[in-house]
Design a protein around this ligand. Structure first.
Ligand code: AN0
Ligand code: CP
Length: 317
């Protein structure tokens, strides 16, 4: 594996999930694979889970790890080619990326959507420059449009908790005070469309996601109706994708907050969220603290999803 951005990069999803469950049984089994190999994890944005789980996965594989927070201590980077650099940006990303590549064997990049230019975001302008110019295998630690390590961990979690062959999985929009990217719901849809689940997306009108990720999934605008018979509720906020309102907040309607009354419409569903989550906006205290909430187990599986990706990249170096 040279690149990890979408579900396609994993190949057969059943094989990938089996591999993940094997890795989870003995996460130190491949410790020799990463000997004298270095992971560079580059963060353009904040992180708790990705930062820690990625380092842990690399350490499980015997790798050395360097973490760079671009906005804390590195030079300010120019990302546009052809500009006269007479402003506050000291270094161009076209030098910075190959330099970073020279110190490591694999690179992880977190670079969120900036909501300034939809095309730049949906072309993964920053992440793709790392792929093009670093000379190293590159994986997304949440790019502008996808968060595949999260969705892979989500799928592993659903595999572990499901009690029927084909569970009903509902991705539900929920309110949030700030404009958030579509990366998490895009990747969740991307993975669920490939998995053996009955997948439904529910959101207010205007929050339609990119059709390349939604594909044939059912979209139900009535949240209560969508929740009926669900085995997993996956809550997440996202901002508008459509051109006219790209990156904007169209609604903060708290009637979409996941509460106990809504969970009672489901088939005693498990509650999932990628975290970080705003309580009593996205989900009530009661639901997230209930025994059906599996958000902590879900976050723990981030170590496993990342270990599978690193293991595959290491084995092809
Ligand atoms: C980010 C997002 O919604 O993409 C990261 C989630 C993993 N969330 C926030 O910025 C709160
Ligand atoms: N779920 C997730 O990616 O969390 P962080 O933003 O804390 O890494």
């Amino acid at each position: 594996m040279k690149v990890f951005k979408t579900v396609k990069d994993l190949g057969d999803l059943n094989v990938a999930v089996k591999e993940a469950l094997e890795v989870k049984k003995n996460r130190f089994a491949y410790k020799a694979l990463g000997e004298n190999k270095t992971l560079l994890a580059v963060f353009f944005n904040s992180s708790l889970r990705t930062r820690l789980s990625t380092q842990k996965a690399a350490m499980n594989l015997g790798m050395n790890v360097i973490v760079l927070d671009v906005n804390q201590g590195a030079w300010r980077l120019e990302t546009e080619r052809g500009v006269v650099m007479d402003g506050d940006k000291t270094e161009h990303i076209l030098e910075a990326i190959p330099v970073m590549g020279s110190y490591c064997d694999i690179i992880g990049v977190r670079s969120f959507a900036q909501f300034e230019n939809k095309q730049d975001d949906y072309n993964e302008k920053i992440l793709n420059q790392f792929i093009q110019y670093s000379g190293r295998p590159v994986f997304s630690m949440e790019g502008a449009t996808t968060h595949p390590l999260q969705a892979f961990a989500d799928l592993i979690t659903i595999e572990e908790f499901k009690t029927k062959a084909r569970p009903k999985v509902v991705l539900s929009w929920a309110p949030h005070p700030k404009a958030l990217p579509q990366a998490v719901p895009n990747s969740f849809a991307d993975f669920m469309n490939e998995a053996d689940v009955d997948f439904v997306i529910t959101h207010p009108e205007g929050y339609e996601l990119d059709p390349q990720f939604v594909r044939g999934a059912k979209v139900e605008y009535n949240q209560n109706k969508a929740f009926e018979g669900a085995d997993f509720i996956y809550a997440k906020n996202w901002s508008a994708f459509e051109d006219a309102h790209y990156g904007q907040i169209l609604s903060k309607d708290r009637s979409w907050t996941v509460d106990t009354a809504k969970m009672q419409l489901t088939n005693d569903a498990f509650f999932m969220h990628c975290l970080p989550v705003r309580r009593n906006m996205i989900v009530t205290d009661e639901v997230i603290e209930s025994p059906k909430s599996i958000v902590i187990q879900e976050a723990a599986n981030r170590e496993i999803s990342c270990e599978v990706v690193l293991k595959r990249m290491l084995s092809e170096l």
